[in-house]
Design a binder for this molecule. Structure first.
Ligand code: THU
Length: 133
């Protein structure tokens, strides 16, 4: 049993409060729901060398993998400033795929925005994901 869309988006919004985004002032939170019911969240972590900054989705995926998860991703929620519709960047789509495509799942991706939450499948956002050599 996994969490509801509303609960996962609430977790993403809460996670955004921990963003370290002094350069963009654009705080983003991501929450990942797994098949066992667990949720792992993250927020963006910027760096004075801007290109080293990490997106919320990548932070959350890294946390999940460091906690031992190797798949089972069923849903992702992403939220940023209320004025902006958010979709994961290209790099984050491939990072998220590591927790899904390799075990044959195709997570829902819920993207927050001023006109409501949009729903995608990861395969829609990243068709033909690289899945290994
Ligand atoms: N960002 C994320 O964390 N996730 C996204 O899906 C889009 C962009 C971050 C990167 C950077 O710290 C800030 O938002 C502005 O691009």
């Amino acid at each position: 049993m996994t969490v509801s869309r509303e609960a996962l988006m609430a977790a993403a919004r809460t996670a955004a409060e921990q963003a370290y985004a002094p350069y963009s002032n654009f705080a983003v939170g991501a929450a990942l729901a797994f098949a066992d019911g667990s949720v792992v969240s993250g927020a963006n972590v910027e760096n004075v060398s801007y290109g080293l900054s990490l997106c919320a989705e990548t932070v959350a995926a890294g946390k999940a993998m460091n906690e031992g998860r190797r798949g089972g991703l069923v849903a992702v929620a992403v939220s940023g400033p209320v004025t902006h519709a958010i979709t994961p960047c290209g790099r984050c789509r491939q990072v998220l795929a590591e927790l899904a495509v390799l075990d044959g799942s195709d997570p829902l991706v819920w993207c927050d925005g001023p006109e409501g939450v949009r729903e995608f499948r990861l395969s829609q956002l990243l068709p033909e994901a690289f899945s290994g050599l």
